[in-house]
Design a protein around this ligand. Structure first.
Ligand code: DAH
Length: 340
């Protein structure tokens, strides 16, 4: 019995000296002081020895238990002290005054900035922001928008078709009109900022990828006056001043009548390079949604009418931030982007 007690005591000392973490210590406590631990085991052997031996070894076992409990408590205190020291050392090393010059700071892309601004303007007028896929079907991009199969926009040179010739990269964000009308009942008021792709040669004002923002409003008795009021409010807020609008007839298969909306140049009084001396800048196509489109999207054109408009978001960003080459917007050039 004495040998057994000596062994247990020796092993406990070795184990507790090896403890580095709270977790190690917990393992040692369970091993020796736990309910099925070494000490419980030792105590249970007392019943098998004689009464005389019990008188000697009983108190010895109790002493051992008290010794282990005390050492365990001491170790807890020691580990806590070490941890506090380490923390103090770490915070002493953290120098808040350190200054690292020449660090690159990220900034928001002009597309993100202008999109956020435009969304805020339309949300303030009660519009919701809708979204749609860039990989589209012929139906959503052309068919439902009253674009007949012989329309030039379907020509191979304009559109990125997938090899299956059934799907394409959307050539405009007007696709989202179709998706929104099919899934909602009027009144509908949405805008959709997003990418459009066309198979174009790239120069300072064209790229195969550009951004558009589609607008759609469907309700009873919607008129061109409603359309122009919304467009004027939008442009005035975006350019921070009251701008005159100029409206010309324009053809888009999905609207009737179709309109081209120009705004008075926000940057000059007598003509500048942005308006090419004309005082007007062409901003968007728009019009009243064609009855065929309403029908195709499950909306009764004898009850409802609506307007749609689709300015180039890329063009608006270039105007607002005075960007002269579209390629800069898509280049990822830090020198350009860090101005924003
Ligand atoms: N989807 C047209 C384009 O890409 C722009 C457009 C014109 C959108 C007239 C409209 C609209 O909603 O009514 O050129």
């Amino acid at each position: 019995m004495q040998n057994k007690i000596n062994d247990i005591q020796k092993n406990f000392h070795i184990d507790i000296n090896n403890v580095v973490t709270q977790q190690d210590l917990e393992f040692v406590r369970i091993k020796y002081l736990g309910r099925q631990g070494v000490l419980t085991d030792l105590m249970s052997t007392l019943k098998d020895i004689s009464a005389d031996e019990k008188r000697i070894f009983g108190p010895l076992c109790n002493q051992l238990k008290i010794e282990f409990q005390n050492l365990h408590l001491e170790k807890i205190a020691k580990l806590e002290q070490e941890e506090a020291l380490l923390l103090a050392k770490k915070s002493a090393l953290f120098d808040v005054s350190i200054n690292k010059p020449n660090q690159l700071h990220g900034s928001l892309h002009p597309y993100t900035l202008i999109t956020q601004e435009i969304e805020d303007i339309f949300i303030s007028m009660g519009f919701a922001v809708a979204d749609g896929p860039e990989l589209e079907t012929d139906f959503h991009n052309f068919g439902a928008l009253n674009i007949p199969s012989d329309h030039p926009a379907r020509a191979e040179s304009d559109t990125f078709w997938l090899p299956d010739l059934k799907r394409l990269l959307r050539t405009h964000t007007s696709t989202v009109q179709v998706r929104t009308m099919k899934n909602n009942t009027p009144p509908i008021a949405i805008i959709c900022p997003g990418r459009a792709l066309r198979n174009e040669a790239t120069d300072a004002s064209h790229d195969f990828m550009f951004m558009q923002i589609e607008g759609l409003y469907i309700d009873k008795n919607v008129s061109v006056a409603n359309l122009l009021a919304v467009i004027k409010e939008f442009l005035d807020k975006l350019f921070g001043k009251s701008l005159k609008l100029r409206v010309r007839p324009g053809f888009f298969p999905f609207v009737e009548p179709g309109l081209e909306v120009d705004a008075e140049c926000p940057f000059c009084k007598t003509g500048c390079s942005t308006c090419k001396g004309t005082r007007w800048i062409e901003l968007m196509g728009s019009g009243l949604v064609h009855p065929n489109v309403l029908k195709e999207c499950g909306i009764d054109p004898t009850i409802y009418s609506g307007f749609a408009f689709g300015p180039g978001l890329t063009r608006l960003a270039m105007l607002k931030y005075h960007i002269t080459d579209i390629r800069l917007l898509h280049s990822g050039k830090i020198e350009f982007l860090k101005q924003f």
